[in-house]
Design a protein around this ligand. Structure first.
Ligand code: SAM
Ligand code: SF4
Length: 335
């Protein structure tokens, strides 16, 4: 429970109890919607948070009311000191989860279990091996599928993130949902979002309405059950009657969910982003390294948070690519 008055409460009364920490900017895939074709300029190693610094910053957030931490990246499991980071974070009073592309899950399965991680978000945009190679530019489909099954066999709660793009995987919506018939998976269809260098265009995005219409053409109204959305939800969730798993739609573009936002992000080089779409960042790592308190900086960042999508209220504003140029690429934010 976050106390009613805290540095993590913004001017709209939203309490930010969920911290997403990016562990690194590197990745072992090159998903074209995430990593710009020319790559990104990586932060110098010395400006990335060390395991000690990650723990120290996370502890400050937890002391101020954060009770949910997700590790992301780049690919979080690529960090050599991932076992140390996760083991230390598991001593804090918070739930822990990760978002991963799944390639290195088997290598880390023991430490994930030992650290009490129950929930894992695994990104998989297609069920066709050749399409996987073309969107990630790497040949790792079988590995990801094997690791998805490993997680299910080990009783992890798995959500599969699917970024939908017109002409690429919009014809797989029903195939993904059919996976939930016999597997206890949550599929989450994500509207393609604009970030620096990812050549976003509204015409490439598959909207919430289009997804629901596709579902409606394959299942009857009685079969499609609306589930109660989680508190502070990002996905509006549904289930097909009798299926083991469920599915949801993350509609950041056409139907945002900012009213209940409880998320704050920490980049791998120690900057707070108060919104995924915000170009402004607050450097807390430099202050930490100078031995200064960071609470006032955290508070300032939260106070500056806009009501909706960093001030981009309308779809027209979201559609303006120039408003996204100064933001980071997704790979350097952490999703
Ligand atoms: N490498 C890990 C992975 O892929 O799960 C964690 C980092 S990745 C940046 C986190 C999430 O952001 C992934 O589910 C990915 O699909 C999503 N993502 C990346 N770029 C996106 C975009 N342009 N629009 C929507 N989601 C995006
Ligand atoms: Fe890497 Fe994840 Fe981005 Fe794909 S979505 S390039 S796996 S960080």
């Amino acid at each position: 429970m976050i106390p009613s008055k805290t540095i993590l409460t913004d001017d709209f009364g939203r309490k930010h109890n969920y911290l997403r920490i990016s562990l690194l900017e590197k990745c072992n895939l090159r998903c074209t919607y995430c990593m710009p074709a020319d790559g990104i300029t990586l932060s110098p190693k010395a400006s990335l948070m060390t395991a000690d610094e990650i723990f120290s910053i996370a502890r400050t957030f937890v002391e101020n009311g954060v009770d949910k931490i997700r590790l992301t990246g780049g690919e979080p499991l690529l960090r050599k000191d991932f076992p140390e980071i996760i083991s230390r974070l598991s001593t804090l009073k918070t739930s822990l989860s990760i978002t991963t592309n799944g390639i290195l899950i088997d290598r880390h399965i023991d430490v994930l279990k030992q650290s009490g991680i129950k929930k894992i978000n695994l990104s998989l945009d297609t069920l066709v091996a050749s399409k996987f190679n073309s969107i990630t530019l790497r040949n790792q489909f079988e590995k990801v599928i094997d690791n998805l099954h490993l997680l299910l066999n080990e009783d992890f709660l798995v959500k599969v993130n699917v970024v939908l793009m017109k002409g690429f995987n919009d014809n797989e919506i029903i195939d993904f949902i059919k996976l939930t018939q016999f597997l206890p998976l949550s599929i989450r269809f994500i509207e393609f979002m604009p970030f620096a260098g990812n050549e976003w265009d509204k015409s490439k995005m598959v909207s919430q309405n289009e997804i629901l219409s596709e579902v409606g053409s394959a299942f009857t109204a009685e079969e499609i059950q609306k589930l109660e959305d989680e508190k502070n939800f990002t996905a509006r969730t549904y289930k097909i009657k009798g299926f083991q798993g469920d599915f949801g739609i993350i509609s950041s573009i056409t139907n945002p969910f900012c009213d209940g936002c409880n998320r704050i992000r920490l980049t791998a080089n120690g900057k707070i982003k108060n919104c995924l779409f915000s170009n402004s960042e607050t450097d807390i790592l430099t202050s930490l390294r100078n031995g200064e308190p960071i609470e006032n900086l955290i508070s300032e960042s939260i106070k500056n948070k806009k009501k909706v999508r960093a001030g981009m209220v309308t779809l027209e504003e979201m559609n303006d690519p120039s408003l996204h140029f100064d933001n980071r690429s997704m790979i350097a934010i952490g999703g």
